[in-house]
Design a binder for this molecule. Structure first.
Ligand SMILES: [Zn+2]
Length: 218
């Protein structure tokens, strides 16, 4: 495969995600994407070839296959509260990218994220969290919150501004912490994109800018 066609695979995968979300917004569900035992059997026998690795929040309202109208075997889904990156998640991402030749990583945050709000609360009013595990999670989100919490202290959309910043921080961590990802990107075999999902509208905004939330309201 040439470098050119590798890059085209990434762009095509991104377009498939965009089109899938458009179908979701319209209340459509592709018949071919309904999960059935027979489709699973085919995937079991022939193996998987997911076209997108998605890292998103564990929130019950953010199920990737539904929001992007995709089916069994299409998406390699990593879900964790606050869509943070940690060694086991990065390892999962590296595994999929190398084993399945998946051309796209999509990091997606969402509006009204509980993990982001909990981190904002902890930054505004520092207090010990109930466990070391929760402390570790919040610590991974804190850089995004600390960047905006003073400037937008009274802004109702602070949680979304910080959420978008957190997506960009996660993308940066993936790029900086994984030599495997760096190599695949340099070879144009892998592309990383960022996105933000709005619970109220069902719309996924690709490549969101944190301050755009405030700009749009002005
Ligand atoms: Zn969330």
């Amino acid at each position: 495969m040439t470098i050119q066609s590798s890059a085209e695979r990434s762009l095509k995968a991104l377009e498939m995600m965009k089109q899938g979300n458009l179908r979701f917004q319209q209340g459509l569900r592709s018949v071919e994407h309904f999960p059935t035992p027979s489709k699973l059997k085919i995937l079991s026998e022939h193996g998987q070839k997911p076209f997108c690795i998605i890292l998103s929040c564990a929130d019950s309202r953010v199920p990737a296959e539904h929001l992007f109208d995709q089916g069994l075997g299409d998406l390699f889904v990593l879900r964790v509260a606050g869509n943070v990156i940690a060694p086991s998640l990065l390892a999962s991402l590296e595994f999929a990218a190398t084993q399945f030749d998946t051309p796209l990583v999509l990091v997606m945050g969402h509006s009204k994220c509980g993990a982001i709000q909990a981190t904002i609360n902890n930054v505004k009013t520092p207090a010990p969290l109930p466990s070391q595990n929760l402390t570790d999670l919040v610590d991974r989100i804190k850089p995004a919150v600390k960047k905006h919490v003073e400037k937008y202290a009274n802004e109702p959309l602070l949680v979304d501004i910080c959420g978008i910043e957190n997506v960009h921080n996660t993308v940066k961590r993936i790029q900086e912490d994984s030599p495997i990802v760096q190599k695949l990107i340099a070879e144009k075999k892998l592309m990383i994109a960022s996105a933000f999902f709005c619970l109220d509208t069902g719309v996924v905004e690709f490549e969101p800018v944190p301050e755009s939330k405030v700009t749009k309201r002005a």
